[in-house]
Structures are given as C-alpha cells and as structure tokens.
Design a protein around this ligand. Structure first.
Ligand SMILES: Nc1ncnc2c1ncn2[C@@H]1O[C@H](COP(=O)(O)OP(=O)(O)OP(=O)(O)O)[C@@H](O)[C@H]1O
Ligand SMILES: [Zn+2]
Length: 459
C-alpha cells in the first residue's frame, strides 16, 4: 500500500513537471506569436478592464512623444489604458481609427465587422493586405493592430451588429465609433448608445467629402435628434456606387481617432454639438453648430417612444448592409435577364443597347456597340443626348422597316439606375422621341460579368 502511494506521488511529480514545461512552452509561443486571436461570432461577456496604476518603463518609452504633451501627460495616458472602444465596421474609417487608437495605447478595442476582405477594399482599408483577401475583416484588422501594439487587448467580432446583440455588446464598452456605411446601422448604433449611455463618435466619407460628429455626449444631441426620419433609400449613395478616394476616409478615420482619444484621456471632445465637414477638393474643414438635444426626440427625448431596439431595416426601408440594395421599380414584362440579352445579342437583330452609367464608369468597361447616355442626362432631358437617342431610334426604324417600336435595352452597373431610366424613357416614348419598346436588363453589367462573361471587369 505504502509503496503504491509512493509510486503515485512520484508519477504526480513527473506530470507536474511536464505541465510546468508545457505551460512555459505555451507562454513562449504566445509571446512570439502575439497575433493568435480568438475570433468571436457572438457576444460574450468581457471581464472588466484592469489597468496598471502607473506606467511601466516600457510604456514611458513607447508613449514618450505623446506623454510630453501637457494635454495628455501621464494621467491622460493612464486614462487611455483604462478605456475600451467598440469600432463598428473595419472598413475605410475603421482601419485608420483602430490603427491610431492602438498605437496611442487604448486599453481594449472591440473590432466588429460581418464582412470579409476584398481586393477593392485595399485602396483605403489599410490594415488589410493582399494576403488577407477572403479573411474576416475583424480578424485581419485585429491581427494588424496586435502587430502594432501587443499590449492592446483586441476582440475581433465577425458578426453583424443587429437589434439582438447591439445593447449587450455596446454596454461592455466605454466609447463607440460608428464606421459603418449604411443608414439602418447608423440608427441602430445611435439608439443602442443612447439606451446604454455611451458617447458615439460617428463619421462618414464619400467621394471627396467627409463628415464627423460626436453624438449623445455631455447632454448634446443624438443622431435621431438631428435626423428623426431616414432618407428615402433610393437617395442614399455608398462607396461602391459613388466611389471614394481612399485617403478621404483615412483622414476622417484619423479624425475619429482624435476625438476618441480626447474623450478617453479626459480632455473631452468639442464635437458634441458640431458637424465638421471636410472637403478634399478645396482642402478645407468647415464646422457648423448643430441644433441641441431635442426634448421630442424619439429615443433621447423626454417621453421616448423608442425604449428598446426596433427593426431598423423596416424603419429605413433598406438593408443594414450596402451590398444588396436592389430596387424593384418595374413590372416583370419590363425586364429581361442577362441571359435573354445574350441571346438577343447573338441573334444580332436590330436593337439599341443603352448604357445609362456616368461616363467615368463607361471608361472603366462597357459592352460593345452600346450607346452611353447617363441617367442624369435623360432625367434632365439634355437636348444633345435626346437628339443622339432619336438619331439611333430613326436608324433602327429604317433597318426594321414598317410600323414598329424599336427595342431599346437599358443597362447600368447593378440594375438600379437602368430601371429608373426605363421609367423616364417610357414617359418620353411617343412624345419626346419616337415610340420605342424599352426594357431593363436585370442586374446590369455585374450580372453580365457573373453569369455571361467572367472576363468582363467587375468594379
Ligand atoms: N451592421 C453592421 N455590422 C457589422 N459590420 C457592418 C455593419 N454595417 C456595416 N458594416 C461594415 O462597415 C464597413 C464599412 O466600411 P466601407 O464602406 O469602407 O467598406 P465596404 O462595405 O467593404 O466597401 P464597398 O462598399 O467598397 O464594398 C464594412 O466593412 C461593412 O462590412
Ligand atoms: Zn435624440
């Protein structure tokens, strides 16, 4: 019996040694690979952020250039290390924002995005590289941030912020930054911030312009105070439609980082009742004072009607992504598929293919023998364009002979503008131009690239 106990004790000691050696190896591995991060696909409770009571020598060295600023100092730096920030969207704004917050020594960064990295992201989403294509943006951004500053705690969330998870998630952070690109998410983030009492540093960038405001901050207005109703979905343009010069969200994301750092350090932001507008064309910033918090606001007012998160896609009439805004303005018999058009093209019967994209897009790629008249020119009834259209219709009539309505097929990038153009052309048919039979090509050139010709460029 005693011998058995002795033997077990010896075995136990041996195992303990093995465990200690394994722990040591693991610690070494974790140190040499600080980028191994767990990707979260749901909201998990976080432990409270602990911070050191004083700066280490390494901290002093790393942050020395900003510690010298009286506006920050040791106290401000320690405040940064105690602050957690949730970044909604790791795209054009979220990347530079995360980069500067991590570099400055923010305590914890939640990096949230449902999407994966694509080649067309890389001109502005500067934390992602070519090798990250197809990877979750949240993870790619978190890995890049960790390489920059391994002392920052990074939590990548590969999920869509929704009414089901937003409050639970936002409650765990001190400051929220909206770096998303769609209206439903803007209302969702706003309402969740109001309900959780968190300041919201919000920015946007499109084409050559950017905007920034801090909402729900020190008694200032929330997003709904200023925009009680969403804009009609068809009036909203996003980067994939309108384009954006990469450096513009870069500047606005850095600006968001600045305001977050000012709030986190204790200095405070002055953008709580201000809209800052950046015009890249003129290299100018302008600020306008916004109206104050509205007592009648639906979420932060005196008698709020929104006391919990609602259905934001229904409220805005559009999806909480910028990917699938597909208008449906026409009846079935006013539309044909790209496959139908391929047959028409192969049959080579007389018809007109009208491309209604702006010239800048036609220069990128177009189908052979299409006539380009931008939608805006049709809507404005530009006489030189109407003349051109009439000329082509007359040619067709000659080719077709007899009393006929020449077929006109309308195409654009994704099949939204082409539907609007069909409506305009239908109105013009028989009055401003000769009678025509107009049809929309569903899904536009991107559907053509996907289903008919994989060598056709996608943009
Ligand atoms: N509700 C949401 N939950 C999580 N991520 C979101 C949500 N709404 C938007 N995003 C993310 O916000 C980011 C916005 O960035 P940006 O507009 O630069 O990128 P993008 O959508 O990839 O661009 P593009 O329009 O060129 O495809 C995107 O990565 C998008 O996935
Ligand atoms: Zn409000």
């Amino acid at each position: 019996m005693a011998q058995e106990v002795c033997c077990l004790k010896a075995q136990l000691k041996e195992k303990e040694k093995e465990i200690a050696a394994l722990k040591k190896k693991l610690a070494q591995l974790e140190k040499s690979h600080p980028t191994v991060l767990e990707l979260h696909d749901k909201v998990t409770p976080l432990t409270p952020l602990t911070s050191n009571p004083a700066l280490s020598n390494e901290d002093i060295m790393r942050y020395s250039r900003q510690l010298l600023l009286p506006d920050l100092g040791v106290r401000g730096q320690l405040n940064l290390s105690k602050t957690s920030v949730l970044i909604v969207g790791c795209g054009g704004l979220g990347c530079p924002l995360a980069q500067y917050l991590a570099a400055a020594g923010i305590g914890r960064l939640g990096l949230l995005d449902y999407d994966e990295v694509e080649l067309s992201n890389l001109h502005r989403q500067v934390l992602h590289g070519e090798e990250n294509q197809g990877q979750a943006k949240a993870l790619s951004a978190a890995n890049a941030v960790k390489r920059l500053n391994s002392t920052v705690e990074c939590i990548p969330y590969h999920l869509q912020l929704s009414s089901d998870n937003a409050v639970q998630l936002i409650q765990q952070y001190d400051i929220v930054a909206d770096c998303s690109d769609n209206v439903p998410t803007r209302y969702l983030v706003n309402d969740a911030c109001v309900l959780s009492g968190k300041p919201l540093v919000s920015a946007s960038a499109l084409r050559m312009e950017g905007q920034l405001t801090v909402y729900n901050y020190r008694g200032g207005p929330c997003y709904r105070c200023l925009y009680p109703l969403p804009p009609p979905p068809e009036t909203v343009t996003n980067c994939s439609d309108g384009g954006v010069l990469g450096v513009v969200p870069g500047i606005m994301g850095c600006f968001q980082a600045l305001e977050v750092l000012k709030i986190a350090s204790g200095h405070g932001s002055s953008c709580g009742q201000q809209l800052v507008m950046f015009d890249a064309q003129d290299a100018r910033f302008r600020s306008i004072k916004l109206r104050p918090k509205q007592p009648g606001c639906a979420v932060c007012g005196e008698n709020p009607s929104v006391t919990q998160l609602v259905d934001y896609e229904a409220f805005c009439g559009s999806a909480a992504t910028d990917k699938c805004l597909k208008l449906n303005l026409l009846s079935k018999d006013q539309r044909i598929t790209v496959q139908d058009y391929k047959s028409i093209m192969d049959d080579a019967g007389p018809h007109l293919l009208l491309d209604v994209r702006p010239l800048v897009e036609v220069d990128i790629c177009h189908l052979p023998s299409s006539l380009n008249i931008p939608l805006s020119s049709l809507q404005e009834r530009k006489s030189e364009h109407l003349q051109l259209l009439q000329e082509r219709i007359s040619e067709l009539k000659q080719q077709m002979a007899g009393d006929c309505r020449p077929p006109v097929y309308v195409i654009c990038k994704q099949g939204n503008d082409s539907q609007k153009a069909v409506q305009v052309l239908d109105k013009m048919s028989g009055s401003e131009v000769d009678n025509i039979a107009v049809k929309d090509i569903s899904g536009g050139l991107m559907a053509w690239a996907k289903r008919i010709d994989p060598t056709f460029p996608q943009y």
